[in-house]
Design a protein around this ligand. Sequence first.
Ligand code: URA
Length: 205
Amino acid sequence: MQGSLFEDDSPINAHNESLVRFRDLNDLYEQSKDCTKCRLAETRNNFVFGEGNPKAQIVVIGEAPGAEEDAQGRPFVGRSGKLLDKILEAIGFSREDVFICNIIKCRPPENRNPNLDEIQSCMPWLKTQLLLIKPKILLLLGRVAANTVLDNRQSMANLRGRILRWNGYDVIVTYHPAALLRNPNWKRHCWEDVKMLRSHYDSVC
Ligand code: URA
């Protein structure tokens, strides 16, 4: 393992009441899809829970649904999603092999950045998803996802290119596909990151 920023290796919360309240991922979906914990419920068309393998060893986490995701109720189905599909394919995975979701389950109007209170309201859904899926590896897409999950303010340059630990998960951070569409020069770094993801997966899963 390369340089780890985080000492804390403990599960998020061994006594998390979520595990008592939710039988499985389907049950969590049923109980979360009508969420009204924040104002985004008023403007969303769909709660975008996430999709993929409920027993995935890799969970891919983005920022928040965009217009297409909000319309379809599925994560990463717009332009960024098409690029994410290609990135996964390049390392031998399909969407069905991993679980794909976001920090925020409802689209912020005009794709503005999520507010802190919206993130705080929504994070328990993500944490419970992780407790139920029990992945080994998290792939965090972009700085918002990385800074939120890891609870820091580090730059992408500091975060990417190595394997971090957070709450018992191995964590790899790379550029958000939307950033790669704007700055194709960063694709080279992303390729290095996902090759590392593949070889780490092959050695621990
Ligand atoms: N961008 C994200 O962060 N998530 C999506 O689901 C789509 C675009």
